[in-house]
Design a protein around this ligand. Structure first.
Ligand code: FAD
Ligand code: DHB
Length: 392
């Protein structure tokens, strides 16, 4: 098989890139190792920056997002039994965010791609990228019980944090930066209307908790748990009791309980792979960087990478010049590091550090008090949360 751009991975990054390239007239093929049902049901992100919504809208993939997405104008911070609202439009000159699940974005993009192209192969597992420095790199993959090859002009690894594309960087051609956090998130989906209109980020006595949502009848909640936690050790009542304690305020508010339909534990890690390209191989999304989920940057960064990359490919297609493609990594990395810093700061400010002492707690509270007392500090949080501009 032969194509111009071989894309490994049919998550949000790979699917959106395929859509953008297709609309520019650049042919590509997407190889996805899992089944369609699996990728459409993998519970993950839900908070979209305005730029992410704009990108989906511009490529004709936002019909359902427009009808079902929930526009949010702020978030609430809770600590010391107090609640404080951060008003995004007032602090950013009108920016908002949208709640719409990653599962739904993937469903929308898969449906469009299967209807309009380009080719999308499920259960097609890439096993190696060969000759990334040459004019014709090759992806070797397993599909329909045999090994096959995809010859490309360019290869893009959108294969997430456990993918194989980054293995094709020769030793010494790249460097990784990583940080592991000493806690994880236990996330649940519950059949109960959200107990809030906007997301709540809480620093409670026992640690962090987040109240998010998927729809007017489905809540999504997360609670900080120790690394190595087994979700089975958290019966439903224990989760609700812990959430109750972490969201508690002086005043009138109640967390509604409902049937928990999904439960999973996510460890937290920051990771950046530099540079994000080598020869004719590019990395985008979680294949190039991961952030802890606090602040909801992962999916949004994946989208901003592929917007930049699609723009670089479009210039190449139009003019034959690789001027922008050669700068892809540089064009992405500042924004990647800003999101890495923001996610790190939000995580450190809101989680109770195991083994931390009273001094650590006081510093966290001082950070939170600064944000809620200073318009300048709140505006800085709002600018990062709603999304920094692209370098293009
Ligand atoms: P992925 O979604 O990981 O997709 C990679 C794809 O490649 C997968 O489909 C995989 O099956 C496929 N693949 C892997 N290896 C191969 C191979 N060898 N061959 C072929 N295919 C392969 N981000 C936000 O922005 N907002 C949020 O609110 C948010 N909340 C989150 C909450 C949780 C609990 C978690 C875990 C993450 C959250 N994130 C959030 C992060 C977000 O989900 C990821 O950053 C996003 O999925 C990245 O998209 P991607 O396409 O780069 O990678
Ligand atoms: C969601 C996840 C996040 O990590 C976050 O910061 C906000 C929302 C969510 O899944 O809805």
């Amino acid at each position: 098989m032969r194509t111009t751009v071989g894309i490994i991975g049919g998550g949000p990054a790979g699917l959106l890139l395929a859509r953008l390239l297709h609309r520019t007239g650049i042919d590509c093929v997407v190889l996805e190792s899992r089944t369609r049902a699996y990728v459409e049901q993998r519970q993950r992100a839900g908070m979209l920056e305005q730029g992410t919504v704009d990108a989906l809208r511009e490529c004709g993939a936002a019909d359902r997002l427009g009808a079902e997405g929930l526009t949010h104008h702020g978030i609430e911070l809770r600590f010391d039994r107090e609640r404080h609202r951060i008003d995004f439009p007032a602090l950013t000159g009108g920016r908002t965010v949208t709640i719409y699940a990653q599962t739904e974005i993937v469903k929308d993009l898969v449906a469009l791609q299967l209807a309009e192209g380009p080719p999308l192969l499920f259960e097609a597992e890439a096993i190696a990228v060969e000759k990334p420095e040459s004019d014709s790199p090759v992806v070797r993959f397993l599909h329909e019980g045999r090994e096959q090859t995809l010859s490309c002009a360019y290869v893009v690894g959108c294969d997430g944090s456990h993918g194989i594309a980054h293995d094709a960087f020769p030793a010494g051609a790249s460097r990784t930066y990583a940080h592991d956090y000493p806690y994880s998130w236990l996330g649940i989906l519950a059949d109960v209307p959200p107990s809030c209109e906007e997301l709540i980020y809480a620093r409670g006595p026992g640690g962090f908790a987040l109240h998010s949502m998927r729809s007017p009848s489905v809540s999504r909640l997360y609670v900080q748990v120790p690394n190595g936690t087994d979700a089975d050790d958290w019966p439903d009542e224990r989760i609700w009791d812990e959430l109750d304690e972490r969201f508690a305020i002086d005043g009138d508010w109640r967390l509604e309980r409902g049937l928990i339909t999904a439960k999973s534990v996510t460890p937290m890690r920051s990771y950046v792979h530099e540079p994000m390209s080598h020869g004719r191989l590019f990395l985008a999304g979680d294949a190039a960087h991961i952030v802890p989920p606090t602040g909801a940057k992962g999916l949004n960064l994946a989208v901003s990478d592929v917007r930049v990359l699609a723009h670089c490919f479009a210039e190449f297609h139009r003019t034959g010049s690789t001027r922008l493609l050669d700068r892809y990594s540089e064009l992405c990395l500042n924004r990647v590091w800003q999101a890495t810093r923001f996610s790190y700061d939000m995580t450190r400010m809101l989680h109770v550090h195991p083994g931390g002492d009273a001094f650590d707690s006081r510093i966290q509270l001082a950070r939170l008090r600064r944000i809620t007392a200073s318009r300048h500090a709140a505006a800085e949080l709002a600018a990062n949360y709603t999304g920094l501009p692209l370098a293009l």
